[in-house]
Design a protein. Sequence first.
Length: 186
Amino acid sequence: MIEVEIKLPIDDREAVTTNLEKMGFVKGGLVREEDAYFDNHSGQIRKNGEALRVRRITNLLTNQEETVITYKGKKMDQVSMSRKELETEVEDACVCIGIFEALGFQIVEPKVIKTRQEYTLDQIHACVDMVENLGDFLELELVIEKEEGKEAALHEIEKVLQRLGYTLKDTVRNSYLSMLQYVEDE
């Protein structure tokens, strides 16, 4: 799977959510996500522009919890955060973290903790994130099967951005982890 994604810092979360709903986006889940990122001793995963994480998700409406492990490949362009993504649910976050550590991976500090309000319109997913120690962001994404569809998907995302009063030039390409560490992504 390929995740075609943009990330936009926002100053007025309420205005963005109101405008998303006016555009027809349907409000979905409200979750708390806690991301633990991993790298090997030499930092090669990060140096390669890839990411490996364990995400604990708590549904704030039902208190249900789930854990997913995610691999993210290198960014595919100079405009967006589009990349190959492999993700699967795991039963126990602590066991998963223990396995990674037993294999020599280390947790990269700090953990990324955010409250996320989810929205959908057709195949476009919108997430309004409140990231601890960082601020508010809007993520827009489309998941596609093949790389050939990336430009069309990015164009659909760009149309949503424009309707919200933004352009691709307003977006950022750094991950939340990199922003919290004050470093640039590869």
